[in-house]
Design a protein around this ligand. Sequence first.
Ligand code: ITT
Length: 197
Amino acid sequence: MKILFATSNENKIAEAKVALGTLGHDVARLIIDGKSPNFIEPQADDIEVISKSKIDQSLELISGTKFEGCAILVEDSGLFIDGLGLFPGVYSSYVSRTIGNQGIINLLEKNPNRQAEYRAYSILYENGKYWNSMGKCSGQISTEIRGSNGFGFDPIFIPNSGDGRTFGEMLQSEKDAKSHRGESLRILCDHLRAPLK
Ligand code: ITT
């Protein structure tokens, strides 16, 4: 299936192309009038609520365009750090752009609890139907920045299911097999294959 991903984040597109591509789907970026959608994110501390708002806004944007009737994917994600009261969570994009990875390490300097969780909530709309899925990946925040692969918080996130490397030190295929986004997209594909009840 051809899926248009409504996001301004190039890295999400690259990961979805691989994850959904291996499952037989073709992912492209949704671009309207030369631009990715610029979402107005509601004040909410729940990625599910934000993701639902993104799909509503996307469907409104494509209404009356040549994209009406296409399968549309949206996703909201973030890093939830236990020792920081689940911060930055829904503010991840802003925090990554402002204080960045070193800022997160500094905030945790005297905090022994480095446990964290990446979460991704995806919604796929196709032909009047919606499929939703949540993916999670638990790990630890490293004490130093390691690796330059991936994006955002990857160089400071060590997945619990790995060998001690950060996502920034892994190949994309290794990250994809363990990550919140990989899990969320695989669940979506399973839903797509299941017969409708
Ligand atoms: P769109 O809203 O346009 O999709 P965005 O980047 O603003 O793009 P989000 O609002 O979902 O997306 O914010 C997610 C942020 O969480 C992202 O910008 C990163 O800072 C962080 N993040 C999420 N998944 C990540 C991952 O796999 N690796 C590194 N950082 C990640």
